[in-house]
Design a protein around this ligand. Sequence first.
Ligand code: CP
Length: 318
Amino acid sequence: MSASRPSSAALTPLRHVVAAQQFDRERLSELFRLSAEMERVRSGGGGQLLPGRIMATLFYEPSTRTRLSFEAAMLRLGGQVIGTENARDFSSAIKGETLEDTVRIVAGYSDCIVLRHSEEGAAARAAEVSPVPVINAGDGPGQHPTQALLDLYTIQSEIGHLDDLHIVMVGDLSHGRTVHSLAYLLALYRGLRVTLVAPDRIRMSQGVIEHLLKHGADVRETEDLMGAVTDADIVYQTRIQVERFSEPWEEAEDQRRHFRITEEVMTRLPQSAIVMHPLPRVGEIDAAVDADPRAAYFRQARNGVSVRMALLQTLLGR
Ligand code: CP
């Protein structure tokens, strides 16, 4: 089965995927058209769209969804996968090799590198030296652009439009790289309202808020989750990233409980709205919410394969 190449001649080739700001509406629209096509390729068991192409996964931080969905995407496209799921301990990083040298070497073995790293800016450093495309699969508290792509695709699929949305972002908005990347993508669309629900210690960075304001979004910060969700289109919950605090944060558990999505919160949420979460969750959405049709987080995770297939096809398809 074949899948079409990007149709717009105006789109400049995508070389690396490091940050969400690399995308504009036209490229997103093309990527989502291709993602829908990839859903059909998947449902047919996959295709031979990237035969002989090799994707390397270099993960210095743990992952379930990002690594496995990238691997599934490449296999569904007929390509092959090499990689290390614990590059911090099981690559030559443990002997002191620099990220730049590792990337130079792995680029000689593969056609693209999917990199997750604990340091913000690591993907940009890798892209600087890599002769093959580098895809940022999360760089510390920085960005997670491919998660934002699948999040936006999910919003389009579930809500039906990307303009005139009210999104409520909840939880660890400081360390949550997925909300940073998603905010940059949403800023491309008209009529955006963003309500940021977080305790002061983990509020959204001023840089992201200023970017949203500069692009015309209506931005509000509050700690009142119940009030915020009443006219939301999307509630985007996030995990408190305890591993990113320099010292243990005693209040983390209380804050998680305070901002939890419960059945009571769901009674305030419009019937047309959805609840999203990049996952993993560790208690910030009650399991009882899973049966509610508005709980979109497992459908969201599933979309990761189609969107990453589309991205790999865009980067590597001839
Ligand atoms: N959403 C996400 O990045 O999940 P993983 O950490 O499991 O890859």
